[in-house]
Design a protein around this ligand. Structure first.
Ligand SMILES: C[S@@+](CC[C@H](N)C(=O)[O-])C[C@H]1O[C@@H](n2cnc3c(N)ncnc32)[C@H](O)[C@@H]1O
Length: 274
């Protein structure tokens, strides 16, 4: 139930958020109170959060590796664990590196990698099939001078990038179809299905990304993606079948599993596997 707009003191907001089941009610109250300009706006934000919207959709932004990433309604909220994927990519993004953020969602990964690269001099491209995500990503990668394309996987990328990509970030959907219904409502209800559903074993999109990666990576360039721990050995096999050398990186503290597939330095261009 909505409170009177005058009841937007810290403790009143905490009480409403806690009653709605928000575990970090104090932290969320602080963020909402600092984001809302007038009591009626704060009141409406608390209502939306209490109704189950992800906090990031209520605020309109998410913190990702210290960057404020703009998040529109329905767009996948970048997860804390995915910061580990970007961490693995940082040493691979030398000055002038060509970086592609495939399945970019809000564009958080590419924006964070561009901002973390010591020289700041990466050439950034991103793409997503969802027009709502593309619109959001365009705002987030603008600071890095990046370009965002709309379409299915590699299809919208300029052909001139073929064989030139040093770092291919691809946080694809990897939830098995049968498990989408088990996700918390914040994801299941408020994020697009296309952002979550990875097919029967969760690895369908990844198979397509891996099949095409060799044609876009430069020799020595790397594809980086996330899986669950359970999917990791199958995913390593898929990467090897795609002609890339797989390597596993794990973070216990972030509960993150990242696979890095590197195109051998001496390899011939791989035909487009899409
Ligand atoms: C798990 S979300 C990740 C978003 C972002 N990379 C992140 O980590 O915050 C997966 C994204 O893949 C996009 N996607 C799914 N299938 C796609 C396809 N065939 N081509 C391009 N993008 C796709 C979805 O729209 C969604 O934005």
């Amino acid at each position: 139930m909505s409170a009177s707009p005058s009841l937007v003191t810290f403790s009143a907001v905490v009480t409403r958020l806690r009653a709605a089941g928000c575990v970090f009610a104090e932290d969320e109250a602080r963020l909402i109170l600092s984001a809302g300009h007038v009591p009626a706006e704060i009141d409406a934000m608390v209502d939306r959060r209490a109704a189950g919207l992800p906090l990031e959709h209520v605020l309109g932004w998410a913190d990702f590796r210290g960057l404020r990433i703009s998040i529109d309604a329905g767009v996948f909220v970048p997860r804390r664990r995915t910061e580990f994927l970007v961490e693995q990519a940082v040493p691979l993004a030398r000055y002038g590196a060509v970086v592609v953020d495939l399945c970019c969602g809000s564009g958080a990964l590419g924006a964070a990698l561009a901002s973390a690269s010591a020289s700041g001099g990466v050439e950034l491209y991103a793409a997503d099939i969802d027009p709502v995500a593309v619109r959001c990503a365009r705002r987030n990668v603008a600071a890095a001078g990046g370009t965002v394309y709309e379409g299915d996987l590699y299809e919208p990328l300029p052909a001139a990038l073929r064989g030139r990509v040093d770092v291919l970030l691809a946080n694809v959907p990897y939830v098995p179809t049968e498990e989408v219904g088990l996700l918390p409502p914040e994801a299941r209800v408020h994020e697009a299905r296309v952002a979550l559903d990875g097919g029967a074993d969760g690895l369908d999109v990844l198979r397509r990304v891996t099949a095409g990666a060799g044609g876009w990576l430069t020799p020595g360039g790397s594809l980086l993606f996330e899986t669950s721990g359970r999917q990791a050995s199958t995913a390593m096999g898929i990467v090897a079948e795609g002609g890339l050398e797989p390597r596993l990186a794990e973070s216990d503290s972030l509960d993150a599993t990242v696979i890095i597939g590197t195109r051998p330095s001496a390899s011939q261009p791989v035909p487009d596997g899409l």
